[in-house]
Design a protein around this ligand. Structure first.
Ligand code: 9D3
Length: 237
């Protein structure tokens, strides 16, 4: 898979893709991640990437021209209908459809992802209208820009690519793959500062251990994420 990230802050990503599974996937040739400074595509003498909103209001809006030019360069066309199958242009905004494991899975099945990170008050809507195949939000809180959202999306997608996880860890076993939160985990020592490990985990009865884990997962999910148990919102992938 090839991932191109369009941003006015490419330096934000300097170390973010250099660790763990993403680093390994890059080294193994499973994914190629390229950063592109939107400003490099501005052709005016001041390299302007933003401007004041028509109709008035606070803040600035990302201009369409540099983003169209970037997409033409990276995808080969600025006509969404002419994109190759397997190309997705994702705009990260608070107005997008919420990122869920199902969305990550869907995106992991594509060949070329282009992520556009918004900033300021927003992005000129003609970018959305003409270029964007998927508008995505990572949740209901206010970020300063799309960069942290792009980092989250890349992480969620890359670890799903075939070969990205070690053979001992399977994406199948993850929290959310069965729609529940994970059970608690313990390691040695069996007693630490007076706090003990649940006896059931020490007795070697694997059927009992599995039953305990399922109970704990369900208990935790009920306590903090009832929405995950209620079908319609409990999108799990
Ligand atoms: C305070 C500005 N807001 C006025 C109502 C609108 C607004 C514009 C731009 C709020 C946040 C942002 C920057 N955020 C993103 O670009 C963003 C985001 C987010 O804020 N939350 C969750 N997911 C995402 S994806 C991109």
């Amino acid at each position: 898979m090839k991932i191109d990230v369009l941003t006015i802050f490419p330096e934000y990503f300097d170390s973010i893709f250099e660790f763990g599974i993403i680093r390994r996937a890059k080294l193994a040739g499973i994914v190629e991640i390229n950063l592109h400074d939107i400003r490099e595509y501005a052709t005016d003498k001041h390299r302007m990437v933003d401007d004041r909103p028509f109709g008035g209001g606070d803040g600035m809006v990302l201009k369409p021209e540099p983003i169209f030019a970037a997409i033409e360069n990276l995808v080969g066309t600025s006509e969404r209908d002419a994109y190759s199958e397997g190309t997705r242009v994702v705009l990260l905004t608070p107005q997008g459809r919420p990122l869920k494991q199902t969305v990550a899975t869907e995106l992991s099945e594509t060949k070329h992802l282009v992520l556009i990170c918004g900033r300021y008050e927003g992005v000129d809507e003609r970018v959305n209208d003409a270029l964007v195949t998927d508008e995505i939000s990572i949740g209901d809180y206010v970020l300063s820009g799309g960069e942290p959202a792009a980092a989250v999306l890349v992480d969620a997608v890359v670890r799903l690519l075939p070969g990205a996880l070690g053979s001992d860890t399977s994406a199948e076993n993850d929290s959310f793959s069965d729609g529940l939160l994970d059970c608690p985990h313990y390691t040695r020592p069996a007693e630490f500062r007076g706090m003990t490990v649940p006896e059931v985990l020490l007795n070697g009865n694997h059927a009992e251990i599995e039953k305990w884990r399922r109970e704990k997962a369900l208990e935790k999910t009920k306590a903090v994420r009832k929405d995950l148990l209620q079908g319609e919102n409990g999108e799990s992938g």
